[in-house]
Design a protein. Structure first.
Length: 401
């Protein structure tokens, strides 16, 4: 991939910053308030910011220079985190989480939509595997780094390091150049609502893509349970070393993602079945999170986090590969829809989790949420089998959607 691969390495700086920021912000808000309500509120604020900006970020990615959108997003996020070094009241942390959700959406949509233009659609799995590996490595560094830095630095010091990671990512993007094809949408100005409806119609007319989006929505809804549950699980292991154990759990999960990204490109059978591969990895990832939350032995928790990360990593690789098969003129909006569903699933998941937790334990919550995800995948398998003759060509050849 040559010098073009440097484009992928820049995202690792952003990912590392995002992981450290999420971990430290969760720890700070919980230590300041000792309230799961405030913890849920901060997690929800990040999600709602992403919901409000998702569709807009997709339209912007199809209209304007995606590289510039990523650069601005990185520098703005770095500035937001740097502000928290001086002002870190619960309300300001809530506002910061909301703004981070907005600009993280701008960055991720433009980034994913631009990959096929740089590397070509035929390298989708190879590029996404490398990207997953780099993201997982940066997550491991971010989570483990935050866990150990929490022992020697106060949260403000970690926020400074976190902000620098975003500034480094933005600076790297300023130095990297590539030939970017002008989006079609920019040449023919239309109303933003019309462009959004066009993207929705595009998905509705493609049953397989619609089915994958429905499963993805269920997946993000279920994922809210472990994002809320792992901080609580870490606190139950040791209230004094809360940040350390949370970082270790997510770090082991990241190591599992790294392993998957190394062997997935060589699995030709899976690479000829993007849709089926995504569904299989999703189902086993949900099983892993259920088993993880039902354990209280540190060793088994770390092992299960690693195994779950392996399947979760494959899920992300194949989901992005599916969406990157769409046409460049609309790809930004398709990723915008995916980002919208991602945030929407998290938002409803967090809201539902807060209510369900009043009546059941955290492990039962994860079982209910991820059990529903497994049912959704099984229903998807039934749909594929019932329409096997109609969708066989699309599944086997992974033609452009």
């Amino acid at each position: 991939m040559g010098k073009q691969s440097y484009f992928l390495y820049t995202k690792s700086f952003s990912d590392m910053g995002s992981m450290m920021e999420m971990l430290v912000m969760n720890s700070v808000i919980f230590s300041k308030t000792e309230s799961t309500v405030w913890l849920s509120a901060v997690l929800s604020a990040r999600v709602f910011g992403g919901i409000l900006s998702s569709i807009v970020s997709g339209i912007l990615a199809d209209r304007f220079n995606r590289r510039q959108i990523m650069i601005y997003s990185d520098f703005i996020r770095g500035g937001i985190i740097l502000t928290l070094c001086f002002f870190s009241s619960p309300f300001l942390l809530l506002l910061a989480a909301f703004l981070m959700g907005i600009f993280s959406s701008f960055f991720s949509v433009s980034f994913n939509a631009e990959i096929p233009q740089i590397f070509g659609e035929e390298k989708a799995v190879k590029v996404n595997s490398l990207l997953s590996r780099l993201s997982a490595i940066s997550m491991v560094i971010g989570f483990f780094g935050a866990a150990f830095l929490a022992e020697v630095l106060n949260p403000m010091g970690i926020f400074v390091i976190d902000a620098l990671s975003f500034f480094l990512s933005g600076a790297a993007l300023l130095k990297i150049k590539w030939d970017s094809i002008k989006p079609v949408s920019k040449a023919v100005p239309t109303h933003w609502l019309k462009e959004s409806l066009e993207a929705c119609r595009f998905v509705r007319e493609r049953p397989l893509l619609l089915m994958i989006f429905i499963i993805f929505l269920c997946q993000t809804f279920a994922a809210s349970s472990q994002n809320l549950g792992i901080p609580l699980l870490s606190e139950s292991l040791s209230s004094e070393n809360f940040s350390f154990y949370q970082g270790m759990i997510w770090g082991c999960w990241g190591l599992g993602c790294i392993l998957t990204s190394m062997f997935v490109p060589g699995l030709k059978m899976l690479n000829h079945n993007f849709f089926l591969s995504y569904m299989v990895f999703s189902m086993f990832a949900s099983m892993g999170f259920i088993l993880l939350m039902w354990n209280n032995a540190i060793f088994y928790i770390m092992v299960l986090a690693f195994i779950t990360g392996m399947f979760d990593g494959g899920t992300g690789i194949y989901f992005n590969a599916i969406l990157q098969k769409t046409e460049n003129r609309i790809r930004g909006r398709i990723f915008g829809i995916a980002n919208f569903l991602n945030r929407l699933g998290f938002a409803f998941g967090f809201l539902a989790a807060a209510q369900v937790l009043r009546h059941v334990s955290m492990p039962m919550l994860v079982l209910f949420f991820h059990g529903g995800m497994i049912v959704a995948v099984l229903l998807g398998f039934i749909v594929l089998l019932s329409k096997r003759q109609n969708v066989k060509k699309t599944i086997i050849e992974n033609e452009s959607i």
